[in-house]
Design a protein around this ligand. Structure first.
Ligand code: ZN
Length: 314
């Protein structure tokens, strides 16, 4: 979520005594314990969230199934020692001058939506389609990071009373990117530093970024604070693409620059960094709680984005 939610554990914590009583009651009347799992699921949006190692195994499986275009990359270790992993979709041998697309999920660990972790498999499954084979044949690459904050994700998934939105050092990763407009260096955390080092090492330019969050219903383009500047031509480009996406995804998302969408300033957000570093078309997408059901719309959105946005870069 974009907002500074200082009550991230409140939902589960508030209901704990209630849950204990409910459990006793259930045991007394020998009611099925399955009902309690329904309550527990409510703490994780009701999503069947896989373990982080299952997500890594999925990426390894994709690499095996599509050896010519899928590569699993480890770009560092999280604070708690988990591998930071990305899926690179690119034709081998890699072209040195490649431009890239970056797709980020669960930078706030408790905002998993079961979208980004499915995109890699879907894209590889349709990689023979002309719009995608042509994209790869031109040397473009796609980097997908399904879980950008694995420690927060596992804490959320396991309902631990440890940081979920933030990383294990209690740092909000979506405030930990260099603030190029002011010259302020951040990248203080292994999760953000590792990601940027990977991109600097691997690709000449990032042209398109989508940072998936949940659950406010918004599509924000760069502009987190009053010192950020974007020329009108780039703003119009973002607005045009956002309107197209609005039509494809669903009908009730607010479009605007980050500051106007959330109504307060934010320094160190990822989309500001990627726009200023590469002039990338950059969006933060705030889904809704049942976003997983909209996966076909996200698939269509990516066909649109890779066709229209990247074609314009030819
Ligand atoms: Zn968020």
């Amino acid at each position: 979520m974009i907002f500074n939610d200082k009550s991230e554990h409140r939902l589960c914590a508030f209901h704990l005594p209630l849950a204990v009583n409910a459990l006793k009651l259930l045991m007394r009347f020998r009611t099925s314990l399955l009902l309690t799992s329904g309550w527990l699921a409510a703490c994780s949006h009701g999503l069947p969230a896989p373990t982080y190692s299952q997500i890594q195994d999925t990426l390894a499986g994709l690499e095996q199934d599509y050896p010519a275009i899928a590569q699993r990359l480890v770009y560092g270790k999280s604070v708690d020692g988990r591998d930071l992993v990305a899926l690179r979709i690119a034709s081998l041998p890699l072209r040195e001058s490649a431009t890239s697309v970056l797709i980020l999920g669960a930078m706030h660990g408790d905002e998993y939506m079961n979208i980004v972790d499915r995109l890699g498999g879907w894209l590889l499954g349709v990689s023979d389609a002309p719009w995608l084979s042509g994209f790869l044949a031109r040397g473009h690459r796609i980097y997908i990071v399904p879980i950008a904050n694995p420690d927060g994700y596992e804490n959320w998934r396991n309902r631990r009373f440890r940081p979920r939105r933030n990383n294990a050092n209690r740092v909000d990763l979506n405030r930990d990117f260099d603030v190029i407009a002011t010259g302020e260096k951040r990248l203080t955390q292994p999760e953000t530093r590792g990601l940027i080092e990977l991109l600097e090492r691997e690709t000449a330019s990032v042209r398109l970024v989508m940072n998936y969050h949940c659950c406010a219903g918004a599509l924000a383009y760069p502009g987190g604070h009053y010192k950020f500047y974007m020329p009108d031509v780039d703003k119009q480009r973002h607005v045009e693409i956002a309107r197209e996406l609005h039509g494809i995804l669903w009908g009730d998302i607010e479009i605007g620059d980050w500051k106007s969408v959330v109504d307060y300033t934010g320094f160190g957000i990822a989309i500001d960094y990627f726009y200023q570093r590469y002039r990338a078309v950059s969006f933060l997408y705030e889904g809704i709680r049942s976003e997983d059901r909209l996966f076909p719309h996200h698939a269509e959105a990516w066909q649109y984005l890779l066709t229209r946005v990247m074609d314009a870069e030819k």
